[in-house]
Design a protein around this ligand. Structure first.
Ligand SMILES: NC(=O)C1=CN([C@@H]2O[C@H](COP(=O)(O)OP(=O)(O)OC[C@H]3O[C@@H](n4cnc5c(N)ncnc54)[C@H](O)[C@@H]3O)[C@@H](O)[C@H]2O)C=CC1
Ligand SMILES: CC(C)CC(=O)C(=O)O
Ligand SMILES: [Mg+2]
Length: 379
């Protein structure tokens, strides 16, 4: 167990845009597991974004910092949107999601792409492409061009402006995320695809050399191949079933996972776990969030798909709370709700009833009750 007491602590931070809407549903689901399955967890809700900024001058107020600091796991919603303009850049940067990922050293970002069988029969992509899709993108999350220095916008002598960023990776940063990918592959189909742009970028040349060296030293039982990122994007659309574990850097993983979302039916379906290093007590700070952002185009309408956030709770049950059976139960309940026809607008076929965010939460909770009761009967 991850905590000195027997209770795990979870900070629930909905954030901005559709973040609070989808997190309200995943929070209900986590409460269900605490109440009905004896999952030993306490939950502390905290605010992030424009609302606390207007009240306290900080997007990440003290109370939220404290809740996140004491937590074994953070259930995060989303950040960003038009309101951001009201927050000066320095205040926004001080409490940004990127700064939190860095602060807790959440270097391994696991983004599973699984096509639910029910959606494989009705999603916008062709069923024959979707059926059987089941792979994980591991994105390096605390380095690369999103963090590299120098960065900035400067005015040149001729009056033009120049924007610049720095892509950078060290041996250790590459090796630790590659290790996470090889270890995960050993628990799955034993295949890693490493994605880079080694035909152009020195960071990628180093990335490939280090992945190959680690593979040779410790993971030669795992099958390893390499793709350039442009080809990888095409292959994900062409035949997503060829992948088991894909490992890549920060910006490539960001882009490829949104692309891969369509192999699960919708960006609203994808969960994620961002994991830090294991400390000497065996604890590992973790942040769980859907892959999508604050979706300003649908925020406030109550129509966002909460399944990415709900499936992030399944990842939390498996990876932090050490409850693999409960994680399986939740994933089964989501599949059951979908098989029963539950659809939010983003995954609805023509003519299907479109559930609200809350109604999709109801559908999952009702499926949880039924699947759990059935499991009890069969014991
Ligand atoms: N982890 C985070 O908090 C992230 C934050 N962002 C931020 O979010 C803001 C909006 O970014 P966008 O580029 O619009 O990306 P987005 O992921 O918020 O939305 C992209 C498209 O997908 C749809 N979509 C996203 N989630 C959905 C859901 N659960 N159900 C149904 N449809 C959904 C949206 O309506 C939109 O059309 C930006 O400020 C961006 O920086 C973006 C990605 C991740
Ligand atoms: C703030 C962004 C880098 C977030 C994002 O797009 C992501 O993590 O997928
Ligand atoms: Mg993204």
């Amino acid at each position: 167990m991850n905590n000195r007491s027997n209770m795990f602590k979870v900070a629930v931070v909905g954030g901005e845009g559709i973040g609070p809407e989808v997190t309200a549903q995943s929070h209900r689901v986590l409460k269900w597991f605490a109440a009905n399955r004896g999952v030993p967890v306490t939950m502390r809700e905290a605010q992030y974004g424009i609302i606390p900024y207007l009240a306290t001058g900080k997007v990440l107020p003290e109370d939220t910092v404290e809740a996140m600091e004491e937590a074994d796991a953070i259930l995060w919603g989303a950040t960003g949107g038009p309101e951001t303009k009201e927050v000066p850049p320095a205040a926004r940067k001080a409490g940004s999601l990127l700064s939190m990922r860095r602060k807790y050293d959440l270097y391994a970002n696991l983004r599973p792409i699984v096509a639910s069988p029910a959606l494989a029969d009705s999603a916008p992509l062709k069923a024959e492409v979707l059926r059987g899709v089941d792979f994980v993108i591991i994105r390096e999350l605390t380095s690369g061009i999103y963090f590299g220095e120098p960065r900035g916008i400067e005015t040149l002598a001729d009056g033009q402006r120049r924007g610049f960023n720095t892509e950078q990776y060290t041996t250790n940063q590459i090796r630790r995320v590659a290790r996470a990918a090889f270890e995960l592959a050993r628990t799955r189909k034993g295949k890693v695809c490493s994605v880079d742009k080694a035909n152009v970028l020195e960071t990628s040349v180093l990335w490939r050399e280090e992945v190959i060296a680690l593979h040779k030293q410790e993971f030669s039982d795992v099958e390893l191949n390499h793709l350039y990122v442009d080809n990888a994007a095409m292959q994900i659309v062409r035949e997503p079933r060829q992948f088991d574990v894909m490992v890549t850097g920060n910006i490539f993983g960001d882009i490829l996972s949104d692309c891969a979302a369509m192999a699960s039916g919708s960006l609203g379906m994808l969960p994620s776990a961002s994991l830090g290093p294991v400390d000497k007590f065996g604890r590992r700070k973790a942040l769980y969030e859907p892959v999508h952002g604050s979706a300003p185009d649908i925020a406030g309408k109550g129509i966002a798909n909460p399944l990415g956030s709900i499936l992030s709770v399944a990842m939390m049950l498996r990876l932090t709370l050490d409850r693999p059976d409960d994680a399986d139960l939740l994933e089964k309940a989501v599949d059951t709700a979908l098989a029963n026809g539950a659809r939010t607008a983003d995954i609805a076929e023509a003519g299907a009833t479109r559930l609200s965010t809350e109604q999709m939460g109801d559908a999952v909770l009702s499926a949880l009750e039924k699947v759990a009761a059935k499991q009890k009967e069969s014991v």
